[in-house]
Design a protein around this ligand. Structure first.
Ligand SMILES: Cc1cc2nc3c(=O)[nH]c(=O)nc-3n(C[C@H](O)[C@H](O)[C@H](O)COP(=O)(O)OP(=O)(O)OC[C@H]3O[C@@H](n4cnc5c(N)ncnc54)[C@H](O)[C@@H]3O)c2cc1C
Length: 384
């Protein structure tokens, strides 16, 4: 069993860390100011500049296959890079990647959707959730009815990340007689979007399809196989959610340690009180546990092993951990933690989402328990 990184992996991690510290973290005050004044965290030009700088440093297409010009660094490095990016609340990610399921497209679909998404020329969104079907995703009601060489889509999607900005949507609809099918639908084919205000900075949208005509050649994969594609999209990146949260949690605990050393109460630095020390200690213990569960899930993906059970464990644990840690860090900062002068309240609101999207805590628990009960996973295994 080897927990070490290769020299090259360590160099990549250190270069990302220094990029985040030198280029991304300095934007934090601007992000807070923009958000407080109701503007997007980073305007499109600032994001483009940052991505260009990153690309010059070799950070582009982290998980994109080399044949598409990417770095193909693989799941473990992707998780480690996400941890580094999570140290800042600036909503930045390296460019050059596209949704995994777009690789299942035909050559023509790859030319029109995959390649421009990798290049950052087109923006996608993934739409399965509906007002009446969230955790119960098999219950979607959006309908696709064939009319000659076209399909006519009717229905509503909700909480779609990036749905108000996207140029096209990977939308899941019940296509009779096949069943759930994924369609690639350009905005100019006629769907509408409306932003949904939330407690965090994420701006999901509701999407409305009213007699939207989609050509047959825009079906992604096979008709009736959409649900598998949707699970592939969700499953692929599940370990990336706790990865980013681990970076945020570590940064916050460091803030708490620094603050506890300078904040005095009743004649002493609060760092001297056991009540504070225990919050710091418990936080690090939980972060370390989350880190290794996440890397284990990423390792299973890298090895081509079934990673669903490990990813559910990592996602559930990481989401709960991040929320516990941010709560403690806020507590250690007292009243200051509650103000908008510090980013802690922002993280507090943002991290809450992790327990809801891409499978709620309860759905992860359901998956884990069912795997054990049905014998798909076993207790007591090491390294298998
Ligand atoms: C900011 C944001 C971004 C999102 N982005 C996307 C996106 O890009 N694309 C997309 O398709 N969706 C997206 N979603 C939707 C998200 O995946 C769903 O909100 C989530 O799956 C939960 O579904 P729901 O909101 O309908 O809750 P429900 O399914 O109605 O659940 C309500 C409560 O019941 C619990 N529950 C439900 N079923 C069970 C069960 N069988 N056993 C025990 N408890 C259960 C849940 O855990 C939850 O506590 C996003 C959501 C948010 C908030």
């Amino acid at each position: 069993m080897d927990f070490s990184l290769t020299t090259e992996e360590r160099q990549i991690r250190d270069t990302v860390r220094s990029f985040v510290e030198k280029e991304v973290m300095p934007l934090e005050p601007e992000v807070l100011r923009n958000e407080r004044e109701g503007r997007p965290a980073l305007d499109a030009d600032a994001l483009r500049d940052l991505r260009t700088k990153a690309r010059k440093s070799g950070f582009w297409g982290i998980n994109t296959p080399e044949e598409y010009g990417g770095a193909a660094l693989g799941p473990i490095m992707s998780a480690i890079i996400a941890m580094e990016l999570g140290r800042t609340f600036v909503p930045f990610s390296f460019g050059g990647s596209a949704d995994n399921i777009l690789y299942a497209g035909t050559e023509e679909q790859k030319r029109r959707y995959l390649l421009p998404t990798i290049e950052g020329e087109r923006r996608s969104c993934f739409a399965i959730t509906e007002p009446g079907a969230g955790s119960d995703a098999r219950n979607i009601r959006t309908r696709a009815v064939r009319d000659g060489a076209e399909w006519i889509l009717n229905g509503e999607k909700t909480f779609i990340t990036g749905g108000n900005e996207a140029d096209f949507v990977m939308v899941f609809a019940v296509a009779e007689p096949y069943g759930v099918t994924c369609f690639l639908v350009d905005r100019d084919m006629g769907w509408r979007s409306e932003p949904i205000p939330t407690m965090g900075q994420w701006g999901p949208a509701s999407l409305v399809f009213e007699d939207v005509r989609v050509p047959e050649e825009n079906i992604l994969g096979e008709p009736g196989r959409g649900f598998e594609l949707a699970m592939e999209w969700i499953g692929q990146g599940r370990y990336m959610i706790p990865a980013r949260a681990i970076g945020s949690a570590e940064r916050m605990v460091q803030m708490a340690v620094d603050y506890a050393k300078i904040r005095r109460s009743m004649g002493r630095a609060i760092a001297e009180y056991q009540a504070i020390q225990w919050m710091i200690a418990d936080s690090q213990v939980e972060i370390e546990a989350a880190k290794w569960l996440t890397l284990y899930a990423a390792w299973r993906v890298r090895e081509g092993l079934d990673a669903r059970h490990a990813s559910s464990i990592a996602k559930l644990n990481g989401a709960v951990m991040a929320n516990q840690v941010v709560d403690r860090v806020l507590q250690i900062h007292g009243g200051m933690g509650y103000t908008k002068e510090l980013p802690i309240e922002r993280w507090y609101r943002e991290l809450r989402l992790l327990r809801i999207f891409e499978g709620t805590d309860e759905i992860q628990r359901r998956t884990i328990a069912r795997n054990l009960i049905k014998g798909h996973a076993r207790l007591g295994l090491i390294g298998e």
